[in-house]
Write a protein that binds this ligand. Sequence first.
Ligand code: ACO
Length: 488
Amino acid sequence: MKIRSGMNENPLVRLPKEFSSGDNSPMSINVTNIIVEARQKALEDTKNIPIPPVVEKVDWPVSCTVGPGLEGAISAETKVGYVNGQKGWLVYRGYNIFDLCAHSNFEEVSFLLLHGRLPNAVELKDFQATLRSDLKINQSLRLLMSFDAEHLSPMAALRLGINLMRQRQTFRDKEGVVVVSGSIASDEDSIPMETLPKGEKEAIYSFQGQTYTRPASPGENLAASTEMDSCYRLIAGVASITAAIIRLRAGKMPLEPLEHLSHAGNLLYLMTGKEPSALETRIMDVSLILHADHGMNASTFASMVVASTLSDIYFSIGSGVAALSGPLHGGANEEVIKMLQEIGEPENVTSWYKKARAEKRKIPGFGHRVYKAYDPRARILGPLAEAVTVGNPEMERIMATAKALEALVVVELGGEKKIFPNVDFYSGIVYKAMGLPAEVFTPLFAVSRVSGWTARVMEYLERNRIFRPRAIYTGEFYEEFPSLESRG
Ligand code: ACO
């Protein structure tokens, strides 16, 4: 391994033109100022922490110390993103998270993660148009509706929706074959004309229309499904499915995207049915940027492990969604709101905390495998949450409770254990203040992280090697096989 020490500190954020919400929203917040101030604070708080040495080149095999949960294990080389837990750095393709949040938008950041460079104006416009067009996945949504998606957990429904996208898109990408239907959909439109029933024996009906044949080798399958187009479709599709799930759960039909809205704007519109203000769109954009990539976290690793078998990208991203759903990972944002509602008032924080610690509960929204300093994403989301909750008594109470809890946890656990708020502590408060239901918080994480998942999968596949770690066997070797009768 070649280690380079002493990276230059990134220059201070260049202040862009004043962000103006251009609406009549009661939340007259300057989002960019919040980000700039968060960055200044991050620089001040960490100025005495040495700048980390950076590994430039890895000569495999590499030696490293590995802890339980693969802590410390080096699994791949990447240029996609960098996290430094001591200094609290988060960098996508060389750009720090504060600059990206201050100056960029989700489409630009997704292009950056996938292609390794920022798009020019034409490329950005094209990419935005492609994503907008890919938000229309009506056939997949119809199929999803036939599964009673509103009664599944939103993350389960999202995962199912990705499988349905796969069914409609994998294998066909390569040849561009338009398939009428390979399956039964939920309404008349999407069911092609029924032909001869084959009878009870086979319990299957055949339908008119072209069918596709599965490619013979996994290699072909991979080539068909890991094209950039599939990544774009997934980035758009996860947003469409998430929005549709939220609509269905509220007893409403999914909507079509609007031509003049950005990805963040359409995401909000598709969920709520209302055109968002510029400020709401900007806040959603910042949140999507903040969640887009984060090293070899559990869901990214899950996506990469599946892709490394030369499975396809839809299966791979579906695995990322499954991994993200757990309360130790993306599911923590929903748990945070439940916890804050359980605590109720800032005055209850101390007694609640004592009880939780006595019960050895982990506090949702705190702690991180990598960050041993304040999570830079929480540095932005904390003040943003504070700003968006002003004027809403319920949200002000939740925010006051959150701040009291943060103060106590940092005093109790920040010093020795280095436990600080993570990205999930304030994201739910921001979403709730925007009127979004708690059930969508974790799917929203996936709407953003799908950019990082696809970028890292595509990068890894360039020099793919199947992931295959080992376990230490601590069991017996010489048991004698007992008969069934003797087992009691
Ligand atoms: N509350 C209280 N104590 C904690 C917390 C917490 N949230 N997190 C870690 N600790 C303590 C542990 O009890 C342990 O203490 P010990 O050494 O006395 O046993 C020590 O800190 C180290 O914790 P580990 O669980 O070993 O840390 P690990 O790296 O395995 O886990 C994790 C990281 C899963 C994020 C953990 O901090 C946690 O469960 N946090 C709460 C859930 C959460 O917020 N998850 C979202 C993380 S961000 C994301 O995934 C997007």
